[in-house]
Design a binder for this molecule. Structure first.
Ligand code: C2E
Ligand code: CA
Ligand code: CA
Length: 538
């Protein structure tokens, strides 16, 4: 008993270790459950705003190229009108015409008449001192010459484009070609058909020509009729984005994060609960089966074993069935556990059972499986195509299984019909045992170890053992004595002609391979019987 209390303490210790792991895991789940929706919402709104910025840049680029083309078309029309005149160059009438054309053009800031590379007159009047004409950077197919970024003497403050046809030139402040976007962060660059980028800002000494493009800017370019326009917008920064989306993040994601956190807490509590741990153990097949030899008392031969389940925790510790079978019965996990025990028996001892038809394995079956009859289907399923015979699998049921006595009767009768042995486990510890005995088709009784313990002592239950044995004999039931620890107990049982016994006197429950070795040694010591042992179905 002391050993059992010790193993219980050990099991509780391992439960605590695992509990810490679950708490840490759950905290990670809570953190992830709250952070992931936040991060996702932030990322999505960032993507959305980048896409919106990109759309804006695209639109600005289209508008910007349209602006450059329309200013250029206006300037060119003005220039063609000027070249069509036949008035004497720089005559008062000619200058008046130039002034009129300038006044009626949205693009032209001035018109000039150039001859011999010298400006002779402008829309403002004749030139008194000589002014050099602008050098042409590029000629267009229609004979128009372009001079870009000209810091001339006529328009001194703004860089101008000089557009030349024949002896006439139109001067356009380059800032007119460039769309002025409302967004102060937007940068527009216009490249004229000459391939030269237009300088637009009034030039001050020491000022850099253009802001260099920044990595990560959102960019859009458009080209038309030799003009190329590029618009840049800085990508929204992390903090700008956080600022812009804080209400969205708060209103949408906080409830979401709370929900996720709640789910994680709920999952954690479920997993932390003994029920949750058992569920996980079932799902991960954490059960192993040990086998306690059953000895024929008259010959000392091992005729089979009782399958006793253990829960092997992921850290390798074994938890005894007393710690989880009651919970498993209560929660219904006993059914998959029974299935896993059957699977283990087939895998562990299939060869042994096929080679020695006198060997049997006794299975403990939960109350619900007996009253519902589910055990029949489970046996069908697990034993199919294993060549293990029904009489090699015994079924032990406790008196708790007989609360629904009619259900139990039907199941036990069917088990008996198929050839399975059935035994009442822990006999004598329940209530109204005699009533069950008369009404249920069982083959054997297992005398609970508390009665065997009382043998040879002056405990008040010591006489009960005699009565149980007498009663079993009367009803022609086989008897298996449990918990035999001493030779004195074994001698007593032999004297009483009890057929079978199990207990630490013979062997504790053993892992499969050790049980197979035990059988081999037992056979060598006691020989193989010529006829099957007396333990057959009544
Ligand atoms: P049980 O069916 O009465 O099993 C016998 C228990 O007595 C086993 O404990 C066994 O190890 C222990 N025992 C064997 N010989 C001795 C001995 O000489 N002295 C003492 N003091 N004890 C001995 P275990 O393995 O801890 O199993 C405890 C109970 O758990 C079992 O009692 C059975 O009711 C239940 N159980 C075990 N395996 C299963 C299973 O696969 N399914 C179900 N439903 N219940 C199981
Ligand atoms: Ca049992
Ligand atoms: Ca028992």
């Amino acid at each position: 008993m002391g050993g059992k209390a010790g193993s219980r303490r050990k099991a509780e210790g391992t439960l605590r270790v695992r509990r810490w792991r679950v708490v840490i895991e759950a905290m990670l789940i809570v953190a992830a459950g709250m952070l992931l929706p936040l991060a996702l919402a932030f990322f999505l709104s960032w993507r959305v705003s980048i896409n919106a910025q990109q759309d804006r840049v695209d639109l600005l680029a289209s508008e910007a190229v349209a602006q450059a083309l329309s200013v250029f078309a206006d300037a060119r029309a003005t220039l063609h009108a000027a070249t069509e005149t036949e008035l004497p160059p720089c005559s008062p009438q000619h200058i008046a015409l130039l002034r009129d054309l300038m006044a009626n053009s949205l693009a032209a800031d001035n018109l000039a008449y150039v001859d011999d590379d010298l400006v002779r007159c402008t829309a403002w009047g004749p030139i008194t001192r000589p002014i050099q004409g602008a050098p042409v950077h590029a000629w267009l197919p229609d004979g128009i010459g372009l001079s870009v970024n000209f810091a001339g003497t006529i328009l001194r403050r703004w860089p101008v484009m000089v557009i030349k046809l024949g002896k006439h030139s139109v001067l356009v402040a380059q800032v007119r070609f460039v769309l002025q976007p409302t967004d102060p962060d937007a940068r527009v660059e216009v490249i004229a058909p000459s391939g030269i980028a237009l300088v637009t800002a009034p030039r001050k000494a020491g000022e850099a020509e253009r802001e260099p493009p920044r990595a990560g800017d959102l960019v859009a370019s458009r080209e038309a009729e030799g003009w190329k326009v590029t618009v840049r917008l800085p990508r929204p920064s992390f903090s700008q984005q956080l600022d812009a989306t804080k209400y969205l993040l708060l209103s949408v994601t906080v409830p979401l994060a709370v929900l996720f956190g709640g789910i994680a807490c709920w999952l954690m509590r479920r997993r932390l609960s003994p029920r949750g741990e058992l569920e996980l153990a079932v799902r991960q097949h954490e059960f192993v089966v040990h086998y306690q030899p059953i000895i024929e008392l008259a010959t000392s031969r091992c005729i089979g074993a009782e399958a006793l389940v253990r829960w092997r925790r992921p850290d390798g510790t074994l938890v005894g069935p007393d710690l989880f079978i009651p919970l498993a019965e209560y929660t219904g996990f006993i059914e998959p556990i029974t299935d896993q025990v059957l699977e283990a028996v087939v895998a562990d001892l299939g060869d042994l059972l096929r080679n020695d038809r006198r060997q049997h394995i006794s299975i403990n079956v939960g109350a619900a499986d007996i009253s519902s009859g589910r055990i029949l289907a489970a046996l069908d399923d697990k034993l199919a195509r294993t060549a293990i015979e029904p009489q090699q699998i015994w079924v032990e049921a406790t008196e708790r299984s007989f609360v629904d006595i009619e259900g139990a009767r039907v199941t036990l009768a069917e088990l008996h019909r198929r050839g399975h042995m059935t035994a009442i486990d822990d006999f004598g510890t329940g209530y109204s045992s005699l009533q069950y005995l008369q009404r249920l088709p069982v083959d054997a009784l297992k005398i609970d170890k508390s009665f065997i313990e009382a043998v040879g002592t002056d405990a008040p239950t010591r006489h009960v053992t005699d009565h149980i044995i007498a009663m079993a004999r009367e009803l022609m039931l086989q008897i298996v004595a449990e918990g035999v620890e001493t030779e004195a107990q074994a001698d007593y049982l032999r004297r009483q002609k009890v057929g079978f016994a199990q207990g630490w006197l013979f062997s504790p429950a053993l892992p499969a391979q050790e049980y197979i070795a035990f059988c081999r040694a037992n056979r060598a010591a006691h020989g193989v019987p010529e006829v099957p042992p007396a333990f057959t179905i009544a």
